[in-house]
Design a protein around this ligand. Structure first.
Ligand SMILES: O=P(O)(O)OC[C@H]1O[C@H](O[C@H]2O[C@H](CO)[C@@H](O)[C@H](O)[C@H]2O)[C@H](O)[C@@H](O)[C@@H]1O
Length: 366
């Protein structure tokens, strides 16, 4: 399917939000692309070219805090945070009350949400019990995986054809490939790739980063198709500054790319106005819930990039954002869960809640 055909499957709005950085690209941009304002590009150039390595390393440290605070002040901080972001398990009934009369749509991040964080990104497997739970969930509600990973890679971990997948931070969206009662596209599945012209650039950058990282023990470069990850989880902290400099030396040649940070990972991606929040909006539209009040999206994620989706829910005044974290973090999510096991418990309760409400509805009809 061509991208135009893909785009024509969507209704109004979404494609007008897509933007590319700075000058027009060599190939003419697809219809609907809007250049990013100059101010934002300058900011990217500063990050790529300025004297900011120390800031990079500080921020790499901040994303993996080693706590110097006392146990009592940590406990205090945690209890005040949990008051503001209570456990989604404790608040289950309230969340369900808020969803009454609305269609719940589920959005799930992968790493740190469905699978525990591990040292080797190629071994971030999801448990069979989590897979069974997500399969049951998808029978009850439209369900999407929204991840920074390459779509095919995350599919190889999840292996459920009845789900929507938004890989590369939402830049590679595909609808269910198996018949699914929630899929609006009975013929071809939804497919949307707003950054397709960046593919050769990302490939090039990936190769360069692989070369550069050869001198840094423990560093790992992952090609996520429309973006690229440089992992430093297994790199000695003394080498972080060198790693950051190497990444910067590559990035400074590519002003159309920008850098984000996740959990012990630097993520390089196209400077287009597209993120997990936009992907959430696109998927809601594909499911027929554009400008709709009777939908209740639930987004569960653990990382900085999930914040775009949490913000989107806040802006729409709809649904619930749930942050997976054991530690207090700045977040736009309303609720929290501590780890993937709690995510599984929450999803299981959703399935049971749905089954009970279906039974009650059938009984009341008889
Ligand atoms: O959006 P996500 O699904 O959360 O993807 C973000 C990054 O996730 C993966 O890295 C993270 O998980 C790894 C495996 O547990 C871990 O080793 C790494 O330190 C984490 O950052 C993935 O490998 C990255 O490509 C994604 O960008």
């Amino acid at each position: 399917m061509t991208q135009n055909a893909i785009v024509s499957k969507t209704k109004s709005g979404i494609k007008g939000d897509i933007a590319v950085a700075q000058k027009p690209l060599a190939a003419p941009p697809p219809p609907g692309y809007i250049p990013i304002p100059r101010r934002r590009v300058l900011k990217n150039l500063e990050i790529n070219g300025g004297q900011r390595i120390n800031a990079w390393v500080d921020s790499m440290r901040a994303s993996s805090p080693t706590n110097s605070k006392s146990t009592s002040s940590l406990a205090e901080e945690h209890s005040s945070w949990i008051l503001r972001h209570p456990s989604a398990l404790d608040m289950f009934e309230q969340i369900m009350d808020a969803s009454r009369g609305k269609q719940i749509v589920m959005f799930l991040d992968y790493d740190g949400t469905l699978s525990p964080i591990v040292d080797d990104p190629d071994h971030a497997f999801m448990s069979d019990s989590m897979r069974r739970t997500v399969r049951k969930l998808a029978r009850c509600f439209p369900t999407a995986i929204v991840t920074g990973r390459c779509k095919d890679k995350v599919y190889s971990f999840v292996r459920l054809a009845e789900l929507y997948y938004a890989g590369s931070h939402g830049m590679d969206i595909q609808g269910p490939t198996r018949d699914c009662k929630y899929s609006k596209d009975k013929g071809e599945p939804v497919l949307f790739q707003p950054a397709s012209e960046f593919l050769p650039m990302i490939d090039e950058v990936h190769h360069q980063l692989v070369e550069k990282m050869k001198s840094i023990p423990g560093a790992k470069v992952e090609n996520n198709k429309f973006c690229c990850s440089v992992h430093f989880r297994c790199v000695d902290e003394k080498k972080w500054s060198e790693l950051a400099q190497e990444v910067r030396s590559v990035l400074k040649e590519y002003p159309k790319l920008r850098l984000n940070q996740g959990r012990k990972v630097l993520e390089i991606r196209p400077s287009i106005k597209w993120d997990k929040g936009k992907a959430l909006e696109f998927l809601l539209e594909s499911l027929g819930f554009a400008n709709c009040n009777d939908v209740f999206p639930v987004y569960i994620g653990d990382d900085k990039t999930d914040e775009d989706a949490f913000k989107k829910l806040r802006d729409r005044g709809q649904g619930s954002g749930i942050l997976v974290s054991k530690f207090p973090k700045d977040t736009s999510a309303s609720y929290s869960l501590q780890e993937p096991n709690e995510v599984m418990d929450f999803l299981q309760r959703l399935v049971e809640w749905k089954q009970v409400s279906l039974r009650l509805r059938t009984r009341s009809r008889v």
